[in-house]
Write a protein that binds this ligand. Structure first.
Ligand SMILES: [Zn+2]
Length: 463
């Protein structure tokens, strides 16, 4: 592999290919023509750049001949990180995939495979043609040592698997697939049809008004990226080629995306005294993805990128940036019990003092709440309805263990023995509470802790 990025191999079975290759010539033509068509469809000046590829990108590619283009698969090496596979896609803020720094450095914008939202500008000299795993390991022998930590090793190999899969696709499908894999957890990305031209333009729609005749918004859920599909305009020439645009906007446009909700709720729980001393946690299910807060961190300072995502089988889908050295919540095995056994949509684990105090006052293996209006906010899972205020809520208490994962066995027994319950207390420790969604889990947690306070007051005052 040639490390001098300006002098690339002429052929490659992976993403980057020589500019002499016919495919690239066609690709350039496609980009220009599509850009013109889109401008025309939007009523913009053909020479305008309101909705076109940046001229720099095109001229830069041909004029300066650095040889890379949007959609190319590459290897990138930054700092102490192992060499990592990625794909060249425009920076969503500047809408450029190439720039020249004041110091003269040529920079490319790269999104990394299987590395949860990691992207950056990287010097051209640190970007290498995509090649096989064996080739890159021979080229960068320290990689084997760098990925010796088991978690990183698994992540690296998954990233390479993803990259190799993407590299086997044509350029436009590859970009679409990459966003599907990494950025669009719940969006049906418009499938590219087999028309002659399918062009993906990565362009922010900020400050733009889209013509509804020609552009239809294909946002399947309100909480993630926006996909905009360009349909054939009646005004367009019959020979025009159909274009598909996928416009990336900020992910998680909804405030209720788990990546936004979890940091927000953890901050609230910290204020409530529910997750003091880095304890406790929360997990939210969205379709087939389980979002989980990290373990042992300042819960009020969790950021969106710190969230782990796994599937229902426990397979990691997205993980936080490596440099943050985060680990998944220790409560994960219990969270998963609630998801699988109770079809929960969200599970909260709190370490509030009220729970510990109440368990101290109550040596039994269950808590009985009655004569409180607040229990109307508690859901009876067996009867699939909220409790009436003249009913009794019974919550099991299981004994604590050295590690959270060791609670699974007794937690499962409690679920079976108390089919109506939506919470399990852990003596001297805290509580797990769940609901069909995060709102119900949170509401019930509030109701339980309110009731526990009253019960403590009653016990201490012999009422
Ligand atoms: Zn705990």
């Amino acid at each position: 592999m040639n490390k001098t990025s300006g002098k690339k191999l002429n052929t490659s079975r992976y993403g980057r290919v020589s500019t002499k290759r016919k495919f690239d010539e066609e690709f350039d033509t496609v980009l220009r023509e599509s850009s013109e068509q889109i401008n025309e469809a939007l009523g913009l000046s053909p020479k305008g750049h309101n909705f076109s590829l940046e001229t720099d990108n095109l001229t830069m590619r041909n004029g300066k001949n650095h040889g890379y283009c949007i959609g190319d698969m590459v290897w990138a090496k930054t700092g102490k990180y192992p060499v990592w596979p990625g794909i060249i896609i425009s920076d969503p803020e500047s809408n450029k995939f190439f720039k020249k720094e004041n110091n003269g450095s040529n920079m490319l914008h790269i999104y990394y495979c299987n590395d949860a939202y990691r992207r950056n500008w990287i010097k051209l000299s640190q970007v290498f043609d995509f090649s096989s795993k064996n080739q890159i390991l021979a080229e960068f022998p320290r990689t084997t040592t760098q990925i010796s930590r088991s978690k990183l090793k698994i992540k690296w190999h998954r990233a390479v698997d993803e990259a190799e899969c993407l590299a086997g696709m044509n350029r436009d499908n590859r970009i679409s697939e990459f966003f599907t894999n990494n950025f669009l957890p719940n969006v049906n990305v418009p499938l590219l049809d087999n028309s002659e031209v399918n062009t993906l333009l990565n362009k922010s729609t900020k400050d733009q008004t889209l013509n509804s005749d020609t552009i239809q918004e294909a946002r399947s859920t309100p909480n993630v990226n926006t996909c905009i599909k360009s349909t054939k305009s009646k005004k367009q020439n019959v020979n025009q080629k159909k274009s598909t645009l996928i416009v990336q906007q900020d992910e998680m446009s909804s405030k209720e995306h788990p990546r936004k909700l979890i940091p927000e709720l953890c901050k609230l729980f910290y204020t409530n005294g529910w997750v003091t001393g880095t304890g406790g946690g929360i997990s939210i299910k969205l379709n087939d993805k389980i979002f989980i807060a990290p373990s042992g961190v300042q819960k009020e300072r969790i950021e969106s990128e710190d969230i782990f995502v796994q599937d229902i089988d426990g397979q990691d889908i997205e993980v936080p940036p490596i440099e943050k050295h985060l680990s998944k919540s220790q409560c994960t095995p219990i969270f998963m019990c609630s998801f699988s056994e109770r079809n929960a949509g969200a599970v909260i684990h709190v370490h509030s003092q009220e729970i510990v105090k109440l368990c101290l006052l109550n040596p039994e293996n269950e808590i009985r709440i009655r004569d409180l209006e607040i229990i109307k906010g508690v859901f009876n899972e067996e009867k699939s309805k909220f409790y009436d205020n003249d009913e009794e809520v019974i919550i099991p208490i299981i004994e604590n263990s050295k590690y959270e994962k060791d609670l699974v066995h007794t937690f499962m027994i409690a679920l079976k023995k108390y089919p109506q319950t939506s919470a399990v207390l852990v003596r001297n420790h805290g509580m797990y509470v769940w609901g069909k969604d995060w709102k119900l889990a949170k509401t019930q947690c509030e109701c339980y802790i309110y009731a526990f306070n009253i019960m403590i007051f009653k016990k201490l005052n012999n009422l």
